[in-house]
Design a protein around this ligand. Structure first.
Ligand code: C5P
Length: 415
């Protein structure tokens, strides 16, 4: 007899905690998933339990935390590793210890967590955490490479920094802010790496056009949409280059493994995009480029009395229109149109005038959408006239819907 919630709920994630102090960070991953309405079933190894009591994990998950004492739960009437293995849409192991990694690499199963891995076929997200010397052992690295050869396994981290053993080096478990988007991506894609072999070049954020060293023309674009596009592309197997304007440090910290190129002005963004264009298969201009710049910027701060009554301005280069001139026929170019009012007519006009393959028209005068928000909504317009409505959703979700649509447009074009 299956438990009612197993059948009825939305997304189903098993979170396994093996031994490591980073297990404290997994508590916030579990908490966030449960708060977002996902159904979480936690499993603790014996070493995991040494770091975090099952009661803490169970309370955050709103469900029993399974341990090696519970290979059988009367609620299911079947061995628990089989039940959980079949039930899970995604397995997350965070922290992944050297010991559990070794078992995964060799197909060993001597506890509930490793048995559940073998009794399941869903994607598995691994977040290793250990001391630097442990991580760098040849045996551990061999095991890691073996595991990564299996397309079932996806990895996040480890990062480097100060470890709990007071060493500074590689071995820090990825942060919840990196693990959570990866979880959502894998639930969206089912673990497919449909962008493997592709290089995606993305611009994001605002540009600043300085009048003097302390004053500039800019806009409130945060860069969140482009970072979400970059994460989604990475999680789908692409190589990513992100050219970004100034960003909040918390967002900057999310750039992890991708090639990130910080720029400030439209001229710098233009140069960076031209430099990286030849390697790109897809180019997405999500940046909100300041359209104008002061014609005569001052190298030193202007005194208040020196500020002009009217500011002479000149246009900055239209970067995406220039990329459209320079691109090869097999390169795909996508723009964004941040609009107020009726978003469709101006977006359509930009799609054709700038020579794009598609444009994402998104309202910036609607609450929970546009600049700085964590959510967004849009209409994706393809050059062939196809329109895809993207209702309000997280920026990561929107990024995936954009890639879904581009991927199927390209696949159809090749057929
Ligand atoms: O600002 P506008 O609405 O014209 O932006 C539409 C698209 O053009 C966006 O993808 C934006 O990144 C791009 N753009 C650009 N260079 C500019 C202005 C906009 O590449 N100078």
């Amino acid at each position: 007899m299956a438990e009612a919630t197993l059948a009825s709920s939305s997304r189903r994630v098993v979170v396994g905690l093996s031994g490591g102090i980073a297990a404290y960070k997994t508590c916030s991953v579990i908490s966030e998933l449960a708060k977002a309405g996902l159904v979480v079933r936690p499993i603790l190894t014996a070493q995991g339990q040494a770091f975090i009591p099952a009661l803490t994990v169970a309370t955050l998950a709103r469900h029993t935390a399974y341990t090696d004492q519970t290979f059988w739960d009367p609620a299911y009437g079947r061995p628990l590793h089989i039940e959980l293995g079949e039930w899970a849409e995604l397995l997350v192991i965070a922290p992944l210890s050297a010991n559990t990694l070794g078992k995964l690499a060799h197909g060993l199963a001597d506890n509930l967590l490793t048995n559940t891995v073998l009794a399941s076929t869903c994607p598995v997200l691994l977040a290793p955490a250990m001391n630097t010397d442990m991580w760098q052992q040849r045996a551990v690295q061999r095991n890691w490479q073996m595991v990564l050869q299996d397309p079932r396994f996806h990895s996040v981290g480890p990062g480097s920094g100060v470890l709990a053993c007071d060493r500074v080096g590689t071995g820090r478990m990825a942060e919840p802010d990196d693990i959570l988007p990866y979880i959502y991506s894998l639930l969206h894609t089912g673990g497919q790496r449909d962008l493997a072999g592709r290089h995606v070049l993305i611009s994001t954020g605002s540009t600043r056009e300085y009048l003097d060293p302390v004053r500039f023309i800019g806009n409130p674009a945060s860069g969140k949409m482009g970072v979400a596009l970059a994460q989604a592309a990475l999680h789908r197997g692409a190589k990513v280059t992100l050219v970004h304007g100034p960003m909040e440090p918390a967002l900057q910290a999310r750039l992890g493994d991708m090639q990130a190129i910080p720029v400030t002005t439209a001229a710098e963004m233009h140069r960076a995009m031209i430099t990286h264009l030849p390697q790109a298969d897809w180019v997405i201009m999500a940046a909100a480029v300041a359209d104008v710049r002061p014609t005569q910027p001052s190298p030193t701060k202007l005194a208040k009395a020196e500020l002009p009554q009217a500011l002479p301005l000149e246009p900055v280069p239209d970067i995406v229109a220039d990329l459209a001139q320079r691109r090869q026929p097999d390169q795909t170019l996508i723009g964004f149109a941040a609009q107020t009012g009726d978003i469709l007519p101006p977006a359509l006009e930009k799609l054709h005038r700038k020579g794009l393959d598609a444009i994402v028209a998104n309202p910036v005068d609607v609450e929970g959408s546009g600049f700085g928000a964590d959510t967004n909504q849009a209409i994706l317009l393809h050059r062939d006239g196809q329109k895809v409505l993207i209702p309000p959703c997280s920026k990561l979700d929107m990024a995936h819907r954009i890639f879904d649509s581009l991927h199927s447009a390209l696949t159809n074009a090749k057929m």
